[in-house]
Design a protein around this ligand. Structure first.
Ligand code: SAH
Length: 262
């Protein structure tokens, strides 16, 4: 990744430009629809300052989970997207990562990770324990998880994205993070049980393998088709000694969870 121009602070110097600010927030740009770089403003912001601002915005919007905010402040999101999109990396917007997939917007990532921290196995608000992520994508959320958990297994079904995530994550050298190429609908039995399972793609249902691979006291969060059939909702499932309970949270929009590998 270190060979991928442009490097900061150069690109982030552009972030305050009018062009970046008028980019619509609610909608992810289509892959391949990259706009021309806005003119540099000469503000000379470095990426950590811009990340601090992003975290301040999330805090103001109600994200109160300090470990999650600290992780968001510590991981350079711009290094996980194409250089042409780097100026938008700290806007609250989803961005294309190629192969028809998107990196979720920071507020949604923060929300999901914060919900995981409310799980019973998160001892004293400290670590998420052993985590399974389905949908590595570009590896951004996996990088955050590696700061928040003892051990992270992250699965991706698209070979080119799996390779991309490996490249993106190499400089971080997270010894507690393992990337797996495979169908995440099957979970990853060799490292089960998991204290937390988080899926970054929306399925029609929650695969049985995920429920079986949860630890007692573990928590799962997954965008799942709403019972009404219209759209997706964030589903939280907790495993107890005598079974599972579930909560339905807000409506969301994620790329689809698919079977098999490609
Ligand atoms: N957390 C990612 C978001 C990636 S988008 C990030 O930070 O970039 C969701 C990802 O889920 C896509 O890369 C998609 O290929 C992957 N995906 C969809 N179905 C899957 C499955 N069954 N197993 C593993 N990955 C899957």
């Amino acid at each position: 990744m270190s060979a991928r121009p442009p490097r900061f602070p150069l690109a982030l110097g552009r972030i305050g430009s009018a062009a970046a600010k008028t980019q619509p927030r609610a909608q992810a740009p289509r892959a391949g629809a990259m706009r021309a770089d806005p003119a540099p403003t000469g503000l000379g912001l470095d990426s950590s300052a811009v990340r601090v601002r992003m975290v301040q915005r999330l805090r103001a919007e109600g994200v109160a989970c300090e470990p999650v905010l600290a992780a968001l402040a510590g991981i350079a999101r711009h290094e996980f997207v194409e250089p042409g999109l780097a100026a938008q990396a700290y806007e609250d917007t989803a961005l294309p990562i190629g192969w028809g997939q998107t990196i979720s917007k920071p507020s949604v990532v923060a929300r999901m990770l914060a919900l995981l921290f409310d799980g019973r196995n998160v001892a004293g608000g400290g670590s998420l324990g052993r985590v399974l992520e389905i949908g590595t994508g570009c590896g951004y959320q996996a990088a955050l998880l590696s700061r928040l958990a003892q051990q992270v297994i992250s699965i991706e079904r698209l070979r080119p994205l799996y390779e991309r995530a490996r490249q993106n994550l190499a400089p971080i050298r997270s010894h507690n993070l393992r990337l797996v190429y495979g169908d995440g609908r099957l979970g990853h039995a060799p490292n089960a049980p998991y204290d937390a399972i988080v899926c970054a793609a929306g399925g029609d249902d929650v695969p049985g393998a995920w429920l079986e691979q949860m630890a007692i006291g573990g928590r799962l969060i997954a965008p799942t088709r709403a019972e009404s059939g219209a759209g997706q909702v964030l589903l939280v499932i907790d495993r107890h000694a005598d079974g599972w309970s579930r909560q339905v949270h807000e409506a969301v929009r994620f790329v689809p969870l698919r079977s098999g590998t490609a």
